[in-house]
Design a protein around this ligand. Structure first.
Ligand code: PLP
Length: 404
């Protein structure tokens, strides 16, 4: 017999229901795990593999990690046959894309040198550039310039990590992963690739020689704009030895509910990415022939390193004739496309890098990166392409085309 206050905590003593066979992965929303006996607990701490504490591991998080490993290690069909990753693939899931990226850069770069592309996602560039006080030497090579990257890798002490983003944010430049892998490996460095703009549905960097592939799963992988997350996939040994200890000690482990929401996104990824990418290709074609558009940034599959991407991808940017005010006016006139400082949702999103995502970067550096005041970045959604094109046509129509 127990008193009321004990019952309010324990119920009938079975707070954990008997195991059933759920059709979808259940959410193990718990911070810790109990053990059948104290000796099982001792063995868990000795390394039996039993779950102990969610910062160290959780079955829902693990379900997502296993799913992402399966996606990243799916064979790539090329004209020369199938390509697969060199090593057995594992995945670690983090609270955000930045938590995954920082654990990777610190885990592989601490006490050494990192060569990173410059002109990629602004927060990655500023995080990596600020690691000097933590004992990481960083050299930047402009995105889109393979020779500069090769020179940076070969000058000075050999780097321990080469970090690239392809396609890059916001101008969608594509880097040849196989080529960079050979540059990195020749120097004895690990190659990590941020593939957020492509997802494994369109590009699988591990098959092209990369050692690690990273994602802000916040974007197309989760897909619905409701949850933050980040992943690193690659060689099981590299993850276990160099990155997992940082996740446990620095605490970037994600919540089980975030993992569960992301897992839902994975299940429709193939279908969504087909539509995102075909819509983006149609919109890019429309914009290329529009008199009020100076330039369109969207990879043409014909110009891509052979077979690396199965499509140009869901992201594009374009430079509006008339500069900053003209670009802002276009955004104001859009009726279907939403202004939002993110990407990767099912609905089409637009943002103005000059005044938003890249406003923190000095003007001169922004221009150097090719991000002019008229550039708009579009994350293309899965609506009907005709409605998106009509929306952009109407918004561009009102423009006078004057200005910077
Ligand atoms: N990588 C890329 C290419 C991004 O665009 C972003 C965010 O926009 C990140 C990483 C960071 O991801 P998160 O916002 O999930 O930390």
């Amino acid at each position: 017999m127990t008193e009321f206050s004990t019952r309010s905590v324990h119920g009938d003593g079975h707070t954990v229901p008997e195991p059933a066979s759920p059709h979808t992965a259940p959410i193990h929303q718990t911070s810790s795990f109990t053990f059948p006996s104290v000796r099982d607990g001792v063995e868990a701490f000795e390394g039996s593999g039993a779950y102990i504490y969610t910062r160290k591991g959780n079955p829902t998080v693990r379900a997502l990690e296993t799913h992402l490993s399966a996606l990243e290690s799916a064979p790539v069909h090329t004209s020369e046959g199938l390509r697969t990753p060199a090593d057995e693939v594992d995945t670690l899931f983090f609270t955000t894309g930045m938590a995954a990226i920082s654990a990777t850069v610190l885990g592989l770069g601490a006490g050494g040198r990192v060569v990173c592309q410059g002109g990629i996602y602004g927060t990655t560039e500023s995080m990596v550039s600020g690691l000097g006080p933590f004992g990481v030497d960083v050299d930047l090579a402009p995105v889109g310039d393979l020779e500069a990257l090769r020179t940076a890798v070969r000058s000075g002490p050999p780097p321990s990590l080469v970090y690239i983003e392809t396609p890059a944010n916001p101008l969608v430049q594509v880097t040849d992963i196989a080529e960079v892998a050979s540059i990195a490996h020749e120097a004895g460095a690990v190659l990590a690739v941020d593939s957020t703009f492509a997802t494994p549905a369109i590009q699988r960097p591990l098959a092209w020689g990369a050692d690690l592939v990273l994602h802000s799963t916040t974007k197309f992988i989760a897909g619905h704009g409701v949850v933050l997350g980040g992943s690193v996939s690659g060689s099981t040994r590299l993850l276990a030895e160099r990155i997992e200890p940082l996740r446990v000690r620095f605490g970037g482990s994600a919540d089980p509910f975030a993992a569960w929401l992301t897992l839902l996104g994975c299940r429709t990824l193939a279908l969504r990415m087909e539509r995102h990418a075909s819509n983006a290709a149609e919109i890019a074609e429309f914009l290329r022939s529009h008199p009020k558009v100076r330039r369109v940034y969207h990879p043409d599959p014909a110009d891509l390193p052979a077979g690396q991407m199965s499509a140009g991808g869901p992201m594009l940017s374009f430079d509006v004739d008339g500069g900053r005010e003209a670009a802002l006016d276009v955004v104001d006139r859009l009726r279907v496309i939403t202004l939002a400082p993110t990407l990767g949702n099912v609905d089409t999103l637009v943002q103005h890098p000059w005044t938003m995502s890249h406003a923190v970067i000095p003007e001169e550096r922004r221009r150097e990166m090719g991000i002019g005041p008229g550039v708009l970045r579009v994350s293309v959604g899965i609506e009907a392409a005709a409605d998106l094109i009509a929306d952009l046509a109407g918004a561009l129509e009102g423009n006078s085309g004057k200005g910077d």
